[in-house]
Write a protein that binds this ligand. Structure first.
Ligand SMILES: Nc1ncnc2c1ncn2[C@@H]1O[C@H](COP(=O)(O)OP(=O)(O)OP(=O)(O)O)[C@@H](O)[C@H]1O
Ligand SMILES: [Mg+2]
Length: 509
């Protein structure tokens, strides 16, 4: 058996596996057409006579030359490459056919070759992400590097695992799933990657040695949970992609890799019932929302006989909304239903960080509590980003570049540095962006805001930040017309504040 692998353009031909792939995706090809292609590729540059082709491909049958032409036409169709435009198979009249492309022949090592990869098996059903997974698979066929970005617990790993199972069957060498959570030191990333890719790990695994071993593989690699070792991961990914034409990479991270050719896809929360109608919804209506379905499933697993009824449906809808449709927050809330009941949980959510504290023992440490999930992101910020994030906790509603510049900046932290940090916080999925009628605004999720306000207590200039915010709100109230007041989110928050909901925000001075 010929263990070589031939590559030309975006194609890779493996006689051993009987497979032709284009950009990592298997191309459907009949047995005869495959053998004709292999013969032409093996003798690239030479004119291969019709007689030679027939003898090799139809050794014991008499074949009409038209039959061969049909197969050649089919091959040409499969090999059409808009990047080069030039045909791969040339007809030399009266003599035969010639394969006209630069073909590289590689010799595959016998050991270490892997055709299917053992992936972690998800223990629970993925809810509400079918179309996201489908769309990502389509996009991954075109893009060699994609990153799923979103806040902690939103479901990036769960979705990436579902995608990995699909990719495993689509690449000749399968799909490798590499969880980088445990790599606390960026220097350990090459070892972790090499081990997962089944490349011998030496005392000093270099990126070059990984690249060399991967050159001929035809596979997908999922790099999961990259944010804490993002620079090193981006470096490895770029190096692999540049030298291995048949490898596609999917990364999950709370922020983009910012690597060459990366396509970033945000992951948003699971759909929740809309606030304005949730109060009147029945059990049948609320369970159609994936956030509610997840909540119901997780509660039913711990509370015997739990079900959604018309009576508890509105409360559950409101709860899922307050949890922002975040699957981890929903799971943590579900784990407390036995103790607090749904209504009790809803009340307790005003102090959500203290209540969402009972994660699965087997889940990663950062998923044990919601505070731990936010700690993980917070620890990765630089000092300026930490200060700005904590100060953003003063905003009860949407905020803008202007309001941030006025309230967060001070004599120690200038406006450009604050705006820069704000943009980084958006990239790191701690601050959400809303775009309405061409207006860009920012927002902290309620639970993230609670966390930011906890951090603000450690800011020596916290009282000044509160004072500036109070003055800003006061000026807004004074200056706004009634119409502006009812349309502007920060004005609406002001009215709530004036109405006595404010805690610790001085409105005078
Ligand atoms: N669509 C879903 N259906 C069912 N469970 C889900 C779904 N999405 C997430 N979960 C559950 O929520 C929890 C958090 O999900 P996951 O680990 O995928 O989040 P993540 O975005 O990767 O978080 P991190 O940023 O911390 O890595 C897990 O326990 C997972 O099982
Ligand atoms: Mg994850």
């Amino acid at each position: 058996m010929d263990r070589s692998i031939y590559t030309f353009g975006p194609f890779r031909l493996s006689p051993e596996q009987g497979a032709l792939t284009r950009d990592g995706q298997r191309v459907a090809l009949g047995q005869r057409a495959f053998e004709i292609l292999l013969l032409l590729v093996e003798r690239v540059g030479e004119v291969v006579s019709t007689a030679d082709i027939v003898t090799r491909v139809w050794p014991s049958t008499i074949v009409d030359e038209n039959n061969l032409r049909v197969h050649i036409a089919a091959l040409r169709k499969v090999l059409s490459d808009e990047r080069t435009q030039a045909p791969y198979i040339l007809n030399v009249p009266g003599r035969g056919y010639r394969f006209a492309a630069i073909v590289e022949r590689h010799f595959r090592e016998a050991e270490g070759v892997k055709f299917s990869v053992d992936l972690p098996v998800p223990l629970t059903k993925l809810i509400g992400r079918d179309s996201y997974v489908r769309k990502m698979l389509e996009e991954m066929a075109r893009n060699r590097l994609m990153t799923i970005v979103g806040p902690g617990g939103i479901g990036k790993t769960s979705v990436a695992l579902a995608i990995a199972h699909e990719l495993n069957g689509r690449f000749v060498d399968g799909c490798y799933f590499i969880d980088l959570t445990a790599c606390t030191d960026p220097h350990s990333v090459p070892d972790a990657v090499a081990e997962a890719l089944q490349i011998p790990v030496t005392s000093a695994t270099s990126i070059a040695s990984i690249v060399n071993s991967m050159r001929l593989r035809n596979c997908a690699i999922v790099l999961d949970n990259c944010e804490h070792v993002i620079d090193r991961t981006a470096e490895i990914v770029e190096a692999i992609l540049k030298s291995s034409p048949n490898i596609h990479v999917l990364a999950t991270s709370r922020e983009p890799l910012r690597a060459e050719s990366e396509s970033v896809r945000q992951m948003s929360a699971l759909d929740v019932p809309p606030a304005d109608v949730a109060g009147g919804m029945t059990a049948t209506e609320v369970v159609t929302f994936p956030a509610v379905e997840l909540f119901a499933q997780r509660v039913a697993a711990v509370v015997d006989g739990f079900s959604i009824t018309d009576a508890n449906a509105p409360l559950i809808a409101e709860l899922c909304q307050k949890l922002g449709g975040n699957p981890l927050a929903i799971e943590l809330a579900a784990a407390r239903v036995e103790t607090f009941g749904v209504a009790g949980l809803l009340n307790g959510l005003s102090d959500g960080l203290s209540i969402l504290t009972q994660g699965r023992r087997t889940s990663p440490q950062r998923h044990h509590t919601l505070r731990a999930t936010l700690d993980w992101s917070f620890a990765l910020l630089n000092d300026t980003e930490k200060t700005v994030f904590a100060r953003l906790g003063v905003f009860f509603a949407d905020f803008t570049h202007e309001s941030v510049a006025l309230i967060v900046a001070d004599q120690h932290l200038d406006v450009p540095a604050v705006i820069d940090a704000l943009n980084n916080l958006v990239a790191k999925s701690l601050v959400a962006v809303t775009r309405e009628e061409g207006r860009i605004a920012f927002r902290l999720h309620d639970l993230t805001r609670a966390y930011a306000r906890e951090k603000l207590r450690y800011d020596p200039f916290a009282s000044e930040v509160h004072r500036r915010h109070g003055r800003y709100l006061y000026a807004l109230v004074e200056a706004s017309s009634l119409k502006q007041r009812t349309n502007d989110p920060e004005s609406r928050a002001t009215f709530r504040l004036v109405g006595g909901e404010s805690r610790g925000v001085p409105c005078s001075n």
